[in-house]
Ligand binder design. Sequence first.
Ligand code: NFS
Ligand code: SF4
Length: 637
Amino acid sequence: TAEFEKRTVDPAAAEMLTAAGEAQILTSWDRYKAQQPQCKFGLTGICCRICIQGPCRIIPSRPGQDKGICGASAYTIVARNLVRYIAGGASAHSDHGREIAYTLLHTAEGHAKDYKITDGKKLIQVAEKIGVATEGRDEIEIAKDVAVKALEDFGKYDHEPCTWLNATIDEERRLKFKHTNIAPTAIDRAIAQLLHQTHIGTDADPVNIIFGGLKAALADYTGMSLATDLTDVLFGTPQPVLTEANLGVLDAEKVNVAVHGHNPLLSQMVVYAARELEKEAVAAGAKGINLVGICCTGNEVLMREGIPTASNFGSQELVIMTGALDAMIMDVQCISPGVKDLCNCFHTMLITTSNISKVPGSVHIEFNETTAMEDAKKIVKLAIAQYGKRRPERVKIPQLKKQVVGGFSYEALIDLFAKINPDSPISVLTDAIAAGEIKGVCAFAGCNNQKTIHDHATITIAKELAKKDVFLVSTGCAAGALAKAGLLSTEGVEAFAGPGLKKFIKRLEEHSGLNAGLPLVYHMGSCVDNSRVARLWSNMAKNMNIPVPQLPFVASAPEAMSEKSISIGSWVITMGIPCHVGVMPPLEGSELVHGVTTKIARDVFGGYFIFETDPEKAAEKLYERIEKRGWKLRVHK
Ligand code: NFS
Ligand code: SF4
């Protein structure tokens, strides 16, 4: 298995890769290899295909080829390519948010009978935050107004910044975004404008293009903030929950169903449907239904329902490789079409549910909010029927899984801190930083990327920073990597926390009143839930009476892959947070653009990108940033 050790550090994935190799089944690891060498023009961002005179590829030293046919310079091309990723990411996140907002609206209007307002307290908090009246009003009325406000953020026509943006940032950032003209007034407008701005012959100024990109990135932030808020209203705000992660969560004796994708409107209904159909699974000869999660919709149901995680993005095909998965239910985003090839090798049924997300050869059951429960049941019944087609001799589940303590929404973290300091919960964290017990906070986010060893960088950096007493939180597929490595469990604290961090966590644990120990890293949810992370740093800064850019808080996307990860990283830096990215995005073709993202951004916003592909060095750089900011704070006290 020496060869496979270089592909992943996840032992269960390694076992399945060996099995795939023996069965000559190709996975994304093989396809990555087949793509080598990847084109240098593309890798460095100097291939332009924005108009069909292209592709234009830039060779700076060759006269005539140092510009595109239209005369676009390398810096224009690199900047345009980069920000178009942001447009893609912001579209994906915010469209997901829009669907949640519509469902809340239709729930309030009585057209989506299977949904309800689960967290009325959160609804009131959100209403107050965005200026919707609550006094003496019905939940339903408030919910309707909140939903309308959310939908207005997509297309309102006044010139005020988006409501969810304005309501969640401090005065210092409000002015900063105003002066740099990057506060979006409507999400859709910011994205459309960015596509316009980067059309051939519109904007050639790389700095202006990047600022247009940042506006769309803040639109991304707006979309995900409202998505998190309204999802909590519909399905409940996550509370600490005990579960497990890795392929060992599959159960050979049960109907195994995976929810894969992003939108909890579907996965949450599947959870309810599976509970109701337990008996039918038993009638089909199974011991019940075992629901597992993949990617961010998995994170959504892990956070709220304790559904175990089977894999993150990188190892999604390998869940099917176990031969024990009866159905994979997908909605939107990050579902590799390659899963269908694996399904063809086994009995697994791939069920698509969204009219914008289909895979040839799979079963399509359109999921509608008006018939949500009915649709979810139909889907789960298909999975139960599929169980009978499983070939037991082909079932091979790696017996590997780790305990996970998840469910740390911002509210759950605050509740935890409140056990120690009920008057000012967040002070528990900021006091520990001021005292030097913990050095600061690092938030892990993002994906897996075949350009890196699966899960390796995320785990390495987390361990290094834990050792140095940095408090760690995580979202997305990074949380999946940490979960599978046992870092979202108390086992992780014993093994990797430095003395200060251990003391801090143990103190929380003593007061927690939970019957499970606390984890090393705090799982804050899916990628849209990076809005929870932003809430954490905003309130820390407020409590410490400093602007966010002075806070010893850093972010890291060690295995960034998707357009969404680029849009998130971009708003993270505008908020004043240094953000490490462990994969080189295509911008080395322009020193100027590279400089803007790593240096100019620092001068303007206080946040900036740190590109570092070596995880050990990345950990050092992140720690250095935390140290420097923490030191300044302590000196000025
Ligand atoms: Ni985030 Fe989640 Fe995973 Fe990356 Fe994809 S699932 S929304 S984009 S790959 S972390
Ligand atoms: Fe080439 Fe300009 Fe067209 Fe890009 S926009 S493909 S650089 S001609």
